[in-house]
Design a protein around this ligand. Structure first.
Ligand code: NDP
Length: 328
């Protein structure tokens, strides 16, 4: 990625703590920030490969399981914190609420001297509205998810803990409600996960009456935005919807993946869809500016990273029909 962008100057000489860096969302940010800063990553590192890759970039790693570990032995003089680790849960609401809230409380308390704390929340905690509604930060919240019931409950509970500690500790904080993220690392995000279904010959569940829309954001843009989200941190916490510039229908997105890869896509109407939402990006643009990757270019890049050699369509597919895309 272009780490010399004039739009989002990267911090230098800072001491940065990141959780969730082995996953999709925070890995690129960790690697980019490590170019000019001292970066530490906390996690379980159950898969040794991402840990080794992080260490190859000069990043220091430390074991921390949110499910019970304290932070003894971890330095407490970090200037910036990016908290992206999440326990999504497998049906146990009590566990998801307790693990995420308590671990986040421990982390904020330990890093109370930081200049800024960024908590990665989710668009999944908005109450459903019309499929093409553009959600703002003041829209009603709700925690129903047919796909992953514990997830939005855990996130909303943790947002509460984050807001409380931002104020009581006086720790400048941003809560960024991330939309559909995708990119070359980890599980790859929704386009990659759905493409795996396509490869297995399985259908993608869609609503009975139309399609879900989302504001997908590539991890390169996520990495560019992180420093600006730190700059926007405040106590009480700043809350912002964090998505890409373009609003895209999920059917249109996966039809494009099918066009690129030549793998057929089958949509099946269902009550249990993986619901996503589209954002009104006004506040995000005012805080961090625009994105640099178009979704077509970004999805092509992510597919090439996860399925080398699988993209068959030429670059003309990237510049292809825009008529199914809504621009906010
Ligand atoms: P991944 O599933 O790719 O990664 C999860 C991360 O959390 C891993 O780095 C994992 O580290 C860490 N983790 C999980 N459980 C624990 C634990 N008990 N203790 C310590 N670390 C743990 O997540 P994503 O990158 O997709 O998501 C990152 C953040 O972004 C999350 O907060 C998520 O809610 C949010 N988000 C993501 C979206 C997306 O489209 N992907 C959309 C909206 C929000 P390890 O296994 O090495 O310990």
């Amino acid at each position: 990625m272009d780490s010399t962008s004039t739009h989002t100057p990267l911090p230098t000489g800072k001491k940065i703590l990141i959780t969730g860096a082995t996953g999709l969302v925070a890995r690129t940010a960790a690697e980019t920030l490590a170019e000019h800063n001292e970066v530490w990553c906390l996690g379980r590192f159950s898969d040794p490969e991402p840990e080794r890759r992080l260490q190859d970039r000069g990043i220091r790693t430390r074991r921390w399981d949110m499910a019970g570990d304290g932070l003894d032995g971890v330095p407490d003089d970090f200037t910036h914190v990016l908290h992206a680790a999440v326990e999504r849960g497998e049906g146990d609401f009590e566990e998801v609420v307790a693990v995420n809230s308590v671990a986040t409380g421990r982390l904020m308390t330990h890093c109370r001297a930081a200049e800024a704390f960024l908590f990665v929340s989710t668009s999944a905690l908005y109450a459903p509205q019309a499929l093409d509604h553009r959600y703002t930060e003041t829209d009603p919240l709700g925690t129903e998810s047919a796909f992953l019931p514990t997830y939005p409950v855990g996130k909303l509970a943790t947002e509460g803990a984050v807001r409380a500690l931002a104020v009581t500790l006086g720790l400048p904080t941003t809560i960024a409600r991330l939309n559909v993220a995708y990119g070359p690392h980890g599980h790859g995000g929704l386009p990659v996960i759905f493409h795996r279904l396509m490869l297995a010959g399985k259908p993608i569940a869609v609503p009975h009456d139309g399609q879900h829309y989302c504001s997908p954001i590539h991890t390169d843009d996520i990495a560019r935005h992180v420093p600006r989200l730190w700059a926007a941190a405040a106590a009480p916490a700043t809350v912002v919807n964090w998505g890409g510039d373009e609003v895209v229908g999920v059917r249109d997105l996966m039809a494009y993946v099918s066009e690129l890869t030549g793998v057929p896509v089958d949509f099946v109407p269902s009550d249990a869809t993986r619901a996503v939402v589209a954002y009104d990006g006004t506040r995000r643009r005012s805080l961090v500016g625009d994105c640099e990757r178009s979704w077509r270019d970004g999805v092509r890049q992510a597919l090439e990273a996860h399925f080398p050699g699988t993209v068959t369509a030429g670059p003309e597919a990237v510049a292809g029909s825009k008529r199914e895309v809504f621009h906010p």
